[in-house]
Design a protein around this ligand. Structure first.
Ligand SMILES: Nc1nnc(SCC(=O)Nc2ccc(S(N)(=O)=O)cc2)s1
Ligand SMILES: [Zn+2]
Length: 260
C-alpha cells in the first residue's frame, strides 16, 4: 500500500507536467480491476545480443545503457506489437528511499524503482529520432523493482556507476545481456498507449508493463542514489533521486492485460 501521496508539482519538473493538449501522457496508475483482458495479446519475444551493448552514461536524468541499434541485432517482437522493434537503451527511475521511486503504479502502489527498456519501430523507421515523433514509433518495457535479494546480473551495472557519478560522464560498457533484468514470467503484462515520461514527452510509446517484478538488494539501490544530477563543474552537487514523473490522467484510455 502506498503510505505516501506525492504532491502533483514535483521539484524535478520545471516544465509543464503534461504536454498541452496531451491526452495520452505517461506514466499512469494501472487500476487492475479496470484493465481489460485481451486474448489477442501474444507473449513477448525478445532477442537481445549482449555484444551490441556499447556504453553506460549519466544524462542528468538517469543513467542509460546504450545499445548499437544500427542493425536488427537486439529486437522486441510479439506482445501487443505488430512490427519489429530495436532496443536502443535501458535506464531506471528511483526514489530517495524505498517507499517510492517507480513511475507507473499498480492500484496506487509505488515501487522503489522501475526499469525501462526502450525500443523503436525498425520496420517503419530508420532512426530512433524519426520513430520518437510517430504514433507507433516506440515500445518501452517497464519492470518494477522491489527490495529483496541481491540481483547478480545487475551487479555488473552497479559496479560501473561510480565511474559515471556526474552528469555527462560516459564509460565503455559491453557484453551486458538486458534479458537478465526481465522477470521470469514475461507473459503477464499490461499494455497501453502513452508517452515518453521525460522531455520531449512525445506520445509515441506502446507501454508494456510487466506484472511480475524483479528483486534487487537495498545496497544495489543505494548505489543508484549515489549518482548526481549535476556535472563535475557545478558547485552544488545534487543527488540523483526521485527522477520519476508523477502519474498523468488516463483521459479515457483502456489498459489491456495479457492475463486474466
Ligand atoms: N530527436 C530526439 N532524439 N532523442 C530524443 S529523446 C532520447 C530518449 O531516449 N528519450 C527517452 C525519454 C524518456 C523515455 S521513458 N522514461 O522510457 O519514457 C525513453 C526515452 S528526441
Ligand atoms: Zn524511463
Amino acid at each position: 500500500s502506498s503510505k505516501y501521496v506525492l504532491s502533483q508539482m514535483h521539484p524535478m519538473w520545471q516544465g509543464p507536467l503534461a504536454v498541452p493538449g496531451g491526452d495520452r501522457q505517461s506514466p499512469i496508475d494501472i487500476t487492475v480491476r479496470k484493465s481489460v483482458f485481451d486474448s489477442e495479446l501474444k507473449p513477448l519475444v525478445t532477442n537481445y545480443d549482449p555484444n551490441t551493448c556499447q556504453q553506460i552514461w549519466n544524462n542528468g536524468y538517469s543513467f542509460l545503457v546504450e545499445y548499437d541499434d544500427t542493425t536488427d541485432k537486439s529486437t522486441l517482437k510479439g506482445g501487443p506489437l505488430k512490427d519489429s522493434f530495436r532496443l536502443c537503451q535501458f535506464h531506471f527511475h528511483w526514489g530517495e528511499c524505498n517507499a517510492w521511486g517507480s513511475e507507473h503504479t499498480v492500484d496506487r502502489r509505488l515501487y522503489p524503482a522501475e526499469l525501462h527498456l526502450v525500443h523503436w519501430n525498425s520496420d517503419k523507421y530508420s532512426l530512433f529520432e524519426e520513430a520518437v515523433m510517430e504514433d507507433n514509433g516506440l515500445a518501452v518495457i517497464g519492470v518494477f523493482l522491489k527490495v529483496g535479494k541481491r540481483h547478480e546480473g545487475l551487479q555488473k551495472l552497479v559496479d560501473a556507476l561510480p565511474a559515471i557519478r556526474h552528469k555527462g560522464s560516459v564509460v565503455e560498457f559491453n557484453r551486458f545481456d538486458p534479458a537478465c533484468l526481465l522477470p521470469i514470467n514475461t507473459d503477464d503484462y499490461w499494455t497501453y498507449h502513452g508517452s515518453l515520461t521525460t522531455p520531449p514527452l512525445t506520445e509515441s510509446v506502446s507501454w508494456i508493463i510487466m506484472k511480475q517484478h524483479i528483486e534487487v538488494s537495498h545496497d544495489q539501490l543505494a548505489v543508484f542514489r549515489s549518482l548526481l544530477f549535476t556535472s563535475a563543474e557545478e558547485e552544488a552537487q545534487k543527488s540523483m533521486v526521485n527522477n520519476f514523473r508523477v502519474q498523468q490522467a488516463l483521459c479515457g484510455r483502456t489498459v489491456r492485460s495479457s492475463f486474466t
